[in-house]
Write a protein that binds this ligand. Structure first.
Ligand SMILES: *[C@@H]1O[C@H](CO)[C@@H](O)[C@H](O)[C@H]1NC(C)=O
Ligand SMILES: *[C@@H]1O[C@H](CO)[C@@H](O)[C@H](O)[C@H]1NC(C)=O
Ligand SMILES: *[C@@H]1O[C@H](CO)[C@@H](O)[C@H](O)[C@H]1NC(C)=O
Ligand SMILES: *[C@@H]1O[C@H](CO)[C@@H](O)[C@H](O)[C@H]1NC(C)=O
Ligand SMILES: *[C@@H]1O[C@H](CO)[C@@H](O)[C@H](O)[C@H]1NC(C)=O
Length: 392
């Protein structure tokens, strides 16, 4: 329900306060790769996170480097909070109550968040807020596809910042813009060996996009739902803590699961704080699925089935058996372009074309990540959506 309200409000807002002009959609893009031109803001830099270090020390190098961008981002969130609830009361609440929440988080997340607060000098409650944020406002597109040789390819656009303040002058979302400098690629190592890799936001300890090289690839999309939604997060803050944060689960699966099947069963069976979609790719033919989750259990698993002609699975933010909200149909254009590409021609290159086609690419898109499990490859690009462009 929250999503509907956001969308309608955002629609009214952008139609009345900007001279927003269609087209909302365009022909399927081609030859966008290697990334170039006005939809490509820049490359994403790599950092190593050493899992052999104590959790409080793991993020020191990255946060030292990204401190200014992180402080800017948190200031933007505070400005927005002040705009909604004047006189700083909301942030006061965050500074007082969220530090108490941090001690309820499981490790290593608790200590990692504390370490980030210490290195950045940002109050602990605000770092917690930043980490909760992504569990709440993420709209995305994720695709796992199998080419005609049985290679699995996984791509995603991460769209973030819906409703969090529209910059009328720049025709952009304030938070999405502030987030772009925080996009990083991370190489998590133990004993100097890569365990998994991810595209992340500096300061965030959960995972939305990642690869366990040669084994599986994983992305998470938000699922908006009446029965669940943000209630679980509220319950956690208020003291009832029997579910897992969604992006902590994805991180734990990337770190600890050693096969597609193991990842799939943990993602399907672990109790969560809020509903979610997990999009998982494996390393063998047929290993690609969308797991539609309620807080308690897996409601549905849609798998690649080449014999049935289903050579890819694609998820935005709506249950695949239902129509998407008419105001927010990124699924049909994305599927149209996938169908147009054909299984014979799918590759990281052509998947980037699909993810570069409006409105799959929109004003909320902060990054595009492409992963090829057989090569252990993860690459990501910071995106822009030049006008005219759909706000979401
Ligand atoms: C708007 O865009 C201008 C120029 O592109 C930039 O200097 C300015 O910082 C932007 N404002 C915000 C709030 O992002
Ligand atoms: C870690 O591995 C890299 C190459 O993969 C090597 O250059 C470096 O010396 C290794 N470091 C240690 C401490 O073993
Ligand atoms: C695929 O994953 C399995 C674990 O599920 C692993 O044993 C196997 O070596 C992997 N195959 C390749 C080609 O890496
Ligand atoms: C794409 O192809 C699939 C499988 O043939 C079909 O079910 C779906 O309706 C097509 N979608 C679009 C938007 O062309
Ligand atoms: C697949 O790619 C080849 C080479 O780029 C091209 O000639 C062919 O038309 C493409 N097929 C489809 C169905 O797009």
């Amino acid at each position: 329900m929250g999503h509907w309200v956001f969308l309608i409000f955002a629609a009214l807002f952008s139609f009345t306060s900007t001279q927003f002009i269609p087209p909302y959609t365009e022909e399927c893009r081609t030859d966008m790769y290697p990334p170039n031109g006005p939809t490509f803001r820049g490359a994403v830099s790599w950092y190593t996170v050493d899992l052999d270090l104590p959790p409080t020390k793991r993020w020191t190098a990255l946060i030292t480097n990204k401190k200014t961008d992180l402080v800017n981002m948190i200031q933007a969130i505070k400005d927005l909070a002040d705009a909604f609830v004047p006189s700083g009361r909301l942030i006061e609440l965050v500074d007082i109550s969220l530090p108490l929440v941090v001690d309820t988080l499981p490790n290593p997340f608790k200590d990692e968040i504390k370490g980030i607060a210490e290195v950045s000098g940002i109050p602990l409650g605000e770092v917690v807020l930043f980490n909760i944020f992504y569990e709440v406002f993420t709209v995305c597109t994720s695709i796992v596809a199998e080419d005609d040789k049985g290679n699995l390819i996984h791509g995603r656009n991460l769209d973030f910042g819906l409703f969090l303040g529209w910059d009328v002058k720049n025709k952009s979302w304030i938070i999405s813009e502030k987030l772009k400098p925080l996009v990083v690629n991370l190489d998590f190592k133990r004993s100097n060996q890569t365990i998994f890799k991810s595209t992340n936001f500096a300061g965030y300890v959960g995972m939305l996009t990642g690869i366990k090289p040669h084994i599986f690839t994983l992305t998470m999309n938000e699922r908006f739902s009446l029965n669940g939604g943000y209630i679980g997060i509220l319950e956690w803050i208020l003291g009832q803590r029997d579910g897992m944060w969604m992006s902590f689960l994805t991180r734990s699966v990337l770190e600890n699961a050693n096969s597609y099947e193991e990842a799939k069963s943990r993602l399907a069976q672990t109790k969560l704080l809020a509903p979610a979609y997990f999009i998982l790719g494996g390393n063998r033919t047929g290993q690609g699925c969308i797991i539609t989750r309620s807080r308690l259990l897996s409601i549905d698993v849609l798998e690649i089935d080449v014999k049935l002609g289903r050579w890819y699975v694609l998820e935005t933010n709506y249950d695949h058996w239902k129509e998407p909200l008419f105001l927010d149909d990124r699924r049909t254009p994305a599927m149209k372009c996938m169908n147009h590409t054909t299984q014979t021609n799918i590759s990281l290159k052509t998947m980037y074309d699909v993810l570069s086609t409006k409105p799959v690419l929109n004003k909320l898109t902060t990054y595009t990540t492409l992963m090829q499990v057989s090569e252990g490859r993860l690459e990501s690009y910071i995106r822009d959506c030049p006008n005219p462009c759909m706000p979401w």
